[in-house]
Design a protein around this ligand. Sequence first.
Ligand code: ZN
Length: 355
Amino acid sequence: MNATQLLEFLVSTPSVSGDEVTIADNLSGILSEDGFRVQREDNNIWWTLGKGVRPHLVLLSHLDTVPPCAGWESDPFKPQVEDGKLIGLGANDAKGSVAAMIMTAREIRHGDLEGSITFAFVADEERGGEGIRTIKPKLGQIDAALVGEPTGLQVCTSQRGLLILRCTAHGKAAHAAHGHLGENAIHKAVRDISRLVAMEFEAHDGLGATRAQVTQITGGLVRNQVPDRCEFFVDLRTTPNLDHATVAAEIGARLESEVAVHSHRYEPVATNASELVVRAALEVADASRGVGSVTTSDWAFLKGIAAVKVGPGNTNRSHRPNEYLLLSELEAGVAFYSRFVHTYFRMAAAGVVYV
Ligand SMILES: [Zn+2]
């Protein structure tokens, strides 16, 4: 199978999050026939090439997709090739990266790598990252990672995180006609939301400011009663210079409402420009510096590991109807990953800032 055929195979195998058994079975079968010694845990698959020594580089992407949305002009699970595009669900996010990584594994398998490289394709990226969290402890010591997501082959060296807070304004119920006997929880929530919207957090050099977005609100039981409770959710797309616990505590100190952390596991991440993985990726991209990414990914679960996010395609096409990847982008992705692997191990062998 060439890269296009591989991507057609991946797109034509439905793999909406939670339903990745078939793609994990079929892809494991193809890779095993290729001679790769594939390991599997749930619907996550990986294999390692090289000498079993450090440095250990991991190339990671995901097999799952979001469910098809409205507006598709063709069957999302039947890849269509037209005008140099491969159209189908997941073609861009992130099966193009998966196909390009597999082509790279085939290309380097007989090479003489001074280190080890693991290719890992996981399930459940689109709904919580269970896949990477399951297999990460089994991958051994990781010196560097590249996460395959559609970045237009730009090298992302920082990525926003996600902190979700659940805020509860408590009041006192009363007849609406005797408002002075109660304490209106919705009014309290409104005051807090105004405070939240005005709050400023330290801006990140590259990703910019973090602002709070109130995304859901519920309160009040009936139209003639002063409500004693109002709950609202706050979504914060955090930057790597912010600490989730500190941000939650700062907000808690400013609001009248009770503030609880609903979700904090998507940590913001960044990798220093001096890291070998960044230098290797920038050399291949022929770029002088990395870019920031506002969308989260499984990179959030690799905090502490020097990593970059790079892949073929465009993030604006993800999670939308008529998603596609240009075949030229796929070819460029294959070339990028192959050159990246060689460059990384060449730099490591030369002792270039490998710490
Ligand atoms: Zn993705």
